[in-house]
Design a protein around this ligand. Structure first.
Ligand code: G6P
Ligand code: MG
Length: 220
């Protein structure tokens, strides 16, 4: 039986995928490295250092470890400047309702975010108290698409992976959910999330009844 729903944060609950994108774009422009939407899409769900490595694939010279460290910090400074100003209005429409529905259905709720800023963001958005468990990049060692983060979330909730649904806006996240042995709901464009078991256009379309009143085989 379904016992828990594990949500990604950026691009699923919080309107911050665009903020990450803008911070990377600013950095890319400053160092003269090309950056397009497809590159931005590949960075989704990938941790900070992994995202920088994706950006630098288009660089015309190698960067030292020290330089990479400085660049990752710079991007984070740009990102932090923006999220300082965020509040509950930056929840994606329907996000709070989606989480509350899961709780009202008697299921557990966890967060699995690759962002080291996840804790701060949950506080800013005013939803920190809605989660039974929060796993962020500070608590794991392998980035999505590795299953570690979703497995750690299930473990923190005390439920088995096959009793969980994961909700993600990134291809790397869908892969992570599946590798963990969970069913995956994609939020966004079907083309980018082709591997998901179900794709919804936004979190506003999330309806827990889809998963609790029909057999998994009917939607998966
Ligand atoms: C999320 C976002 C990524 C971001 C990553 C790390 O997964 O989807 O775009 O790179 O978090 O975020 P951080 O806040 O730690 O730099
Ligand atoms: Mg995301």
């Amino acid at each position: 039986p379904l016992k828990a729903v594990i949500f990604d944060l950026d691009g699923v609950i919080a309107d911050t995928a665009v903020v990450h994108h803008a911070a990377w774009k600013r950095l890319a422009d400053e160092i003269g490295v090309p950056f397009d939407d497809a590159t931005g899409e590949r960075m989704k769900g990938v941790d900070r250092r992994g995202s920088l490595d994706i950006l630098l694939q288009a660089a015309t010279r190698p960067y030292t470890e020290a330089e990479k460290h400085t660049l990752a910090t710079r991007k984070n400074d740009y990102y932090r400047e923006q999220i300082e100003h965020l509040g509950p209005r930056n929840l994606l429409p329907g996000a709070r309702t989606a989480i509350e529905q899961v709780r009202q259905a008697g299921l557990k709720v966890a967060l699995a975010s690759a962002s080291r800023n996840a804790g701060l963001l949950l506080e800013r958005l005013g939803i920190a108290d809605l989660f039974d468990a929060v796993v962020d990049a500070n608590r794991i060692s392998r980035s999505k698409p590795d299953p570690e983060i979703f497995l750690a979330a299930a473990n923190a909730l005390g439920v088995a992976p096959d009793e969980c649904i994961g909700v993600e806006d990134a291809a790397a996240g869908i892969a992570s959910i599946h590798a963990a042995g969970m069913a995956a709901v994609g939020i966004g464009q079907p083309l980018a999330l082709a591997k998901a078991d179900l794709v919804l256009p936004s979190i506003a379309a999330f309806d827990i009844g889809t998963f609790t009143t029909t057999r998994t085989a009917n939607w998966r």
